[in-house]
Ligand binder design. Structure first.
Ligand SMILES: Cc1ncc(COP(=O)(O)O)c(C=O)c1O
Length: 434
C-alpha cells in the first residue's frame, strides 16, 4: 500500500496529537537500516529515539525474546516472580555507580521510571519538593509532564499540573543564562551557586526531597551538564539532606560511551532512571538506587501489571550482553569522535552551525541565524528533509527546535560511519546553501 493511501487511513483513524516526524511507514529494519513500505532504504540515526543502541533486530535479542515468548509471556511479578527479573536487577545493581548495596524496580516507560523515582525519594526523605531544571524532559504522564520544562507541546494544555515541583536553571553553556564564565574562566555554575541561591531563597532547603537532573539534557537540545555542576549538586544534596535522581532514560545504556553518562566523571547519584535502550524496543524501564533509599517504600507501595514483563526482561539481558560482547562503550566514543571531527570542520565554513557538542555517540548540532544566536529552526527542518531524501533518518530536538541530534546505532560499522558522514555532510551543505 502506498504511503499516500496509508496517510489517508491514518488521518481518518489516529489522533492528530500523535504526531510523526518522518512521513514514512517502515516495513523492515535490520542493523543500522530501515526500509519503508515503498522500498526506500534509510541509514537510521534516530534509532527509535535512542532505543535501538545495538541496532535493529539484533540476532541475540531476537533469539532471547523468541525463547522467552515461547516459554511464557506474562504472569505479573506481583502474582508470581520470575528469575530473570531478579537477574536483571542484579545486573543493573552491579552497574549502579558507587560501591554500596543497590536495589532495582521495573516499570514500563521512562515517564513511569521518573514517577516511581519521585515516589521513592519522597518516602525516603519524608519531604515533597522536587527540583527539576530548565530544558528538562522527563515524560508525558501527569507527574512527568509537570517535571518537564517546555510548555508546548508538553505541558500547557494539561493544567492543572502536579504540585511541589520547582524549576532551577540548567547549565546550558552555549546559551549561558548567567552571562558566561566568570573572571576565573570557570563555568558560571561551577559551584552551583545559582542553584543554591534559588533553593535557599525560593523553596527552602528542608523542603527538597530530590534534585532531578538529566546529565545530558535530551529533548532540551543534547546539552551536557558540566561535571563540576553535577558534582556540586551531589554535594549540595548531601548538605541539605536531599537526594539526587539521575535521569538517564536517553543518555544511559552505553549511548555516551559509558553505561551511564555520570560514569565519565565518577559521580554517584542516589537513584538512576533508565528505559529506552535498556530493552531494545520492548517496553521496560528501571529505577535503580541506593538500597536504603529504594527500600523506604513498604511492600505493595510500588507495582505495575506489565512492569518487568519477562519478554522485555529477556530483551534487556540480551542487550546488556551485546553491549559487553561487542565492546560498544568504546565504539560509541569512536563513532562520536568521527562525527564531531567532521562537524567541527564544517563549522568554519557554515557559521549557522553554532555549536557542536555531546558525549560519545550522543551528539547535538545547534543551528543559529546570526551572531546573536537566534535559533534557526528552519535550518534543522531543511537538513532533516535533505537527509531523508538522501536516505538518512535524523531527528530534531531542543527547546527552540533548532538542534539536530545524532543517535547512530553503537555497532555502526566502519563503512556505515563513512556513509553517515557523507550523507550528513551532503545534507548540511544542501540545506545551509538554500
Ligand atoms: C530523559 C528522559 N526522561 C524520560 C523520558 C520519558 O520516557 P518515555 O517516553 O519512555 O516515557 C524521556 C523520553 O524521551 C527522556 O528523554
Amino acid at each position: 500500500m502506498s504511503h499516500a493511501e496509508l496517510q489517508r487511513r491514518r488521518d481518518a483513524s489516529v489522533v492528530r496529537a500523535a504526531a510523526s516526524i518522518h512521513p514514512i511507514y517502515p516495513a523492515e529494519a535490520k542493523g543500522s537500516y530501515v526500509w519503508d513500505g515503498e522500498g526506500k532504504k534509510y541509514l537510521d540515526f534516530s534509532v527509535g529515539i535512542a532505543v535501538m543502541n545495538v541496532g535493529h533486530s539484533h540476532p541475540k535479542v531476537i533469539e532471547a525474546v523468541t525463547k522467552q515468548a515461547s516459554s511464557f509471556q506474562h504472569l505479573c511479578f506481583a502474582v508470581g516472580m520470575h528469575e530473570s527479573y531478579v537477574e536483571l536487577a542484579e545486573r543493573l545493581n552491579a552497574l549502579m555507580p558507587g560501591d554500596g548495596p543497590s536495589r532495582a524496580f521495573f516499570a514500563n516507560s521512562g515517564a513511569e521510571a521518573v514517577e516511581n523515582a519521585v515516589k521513592i525519594a519522597r518516602v525516603a526523605t519524608g519531604r515533597q519538593g522536587i527540583v527539576a531544571f530548565t530544558h528538562a524532559f522527563h515524560g508525558r504522564t501527569h507527574m512527568a509532564l509537570s517535571l518537564t520544562a517546555k510548555a508546548n507541546p508538553y505541558k500547557a494544555p494539561f493544567a492543572p499540573r502536579a504540585a511541589e515541583i520547582y524549576r532551577a536553571d540548567y547549565p546550558y553553556c552555549y546559551r549561558c543564562p548567567f552571562g558566561g564564565p566568570g573572571a576565573d574562566g570557570l563555568c558560571c555554575q561551577h559551584d552551583a551557586n545559582r542553584l543554591k541561591d534559588q533553593v535557599a531563597s525560593f523553596i527552602g532547603e528542608d523542603q527538597v526531597a530530590a534534585f532531578l537532573v538529566e546529565p545530558v539534557a535530551g529533548e532540551g537540545g543534547f546539552i551536557p551538564a558540566p561535571a563540576s555542576f553535577l558534582r556540586a549538586v551531589r554535594a549540595y544534596a548531601d548538605e541539605i539532606g536531599a537526594l539526587w535522581i539521575d535521569d538517564e532514560v536517553q543518555s544511559g545504556i552505553g549511548r555516551t560511551g559509558a553505561w551511564w553518562a555520570v560514569d565519565h566523571d565518577d559521580l554517584e547519584p542516589d537513584i538512576v532512571t533508565s528505559a529506552k535502550a535498556l530493552s531494545s524496543g520492548f517496553p521496560l524501564a528501571a529505577v535503580v538506587g541506593r538500597a536504603d533509599v529504594m527500600d523506604a517504600p513498604g511492600p505493595g507501595h510500588l507495582g505495575s501489571t506489565f512492569g518487568g514483563n519477562p519478554v522485555s526482561i529477556a530483551a534487556a539481558l540480551a542487550t546488556l550482553d551485546v553491549i559487553e560482547e561487542e565492546d560498544l562503550l568504546r565504539r560509541a566514543t569512536h563513532i562520536g569522535d568521527r562525527f564531531k571531527t567532521m562537524l567541527h570542520g564544517l563549522q568554519g565554513e557554515f557559521p549557522r552551525i553554532g555549536d557542536v557538542r555531546g558525549v560519545g555517540a550522543m551528539i547535538g548540532i545547534e543551528f543559529v541565524a546570526d551572531d546573536a544566536k537566534t535559533p534557526d529552526k528552519a535550518a534543522v527542518e531543511a537538513v532533516v528533509r535533505h537527509a531523508r531524501e538522501d536516505g538518512l533518518l535524523l531527528l530534531p530536538t531542543g527547546t527552540y527546535g533548532n538542534v539536530i541530534r545524532l543517535l547512530p546505532p553503537l555497532n555502526l560499522s566502519d563503512a556505515e560511519i563513512e556513509e553517515g558522514l557523507q550523507k550528513l555532510e551532503g545534507a548540511l551543505r544542501a540545506a545551509l546553501r538554500d
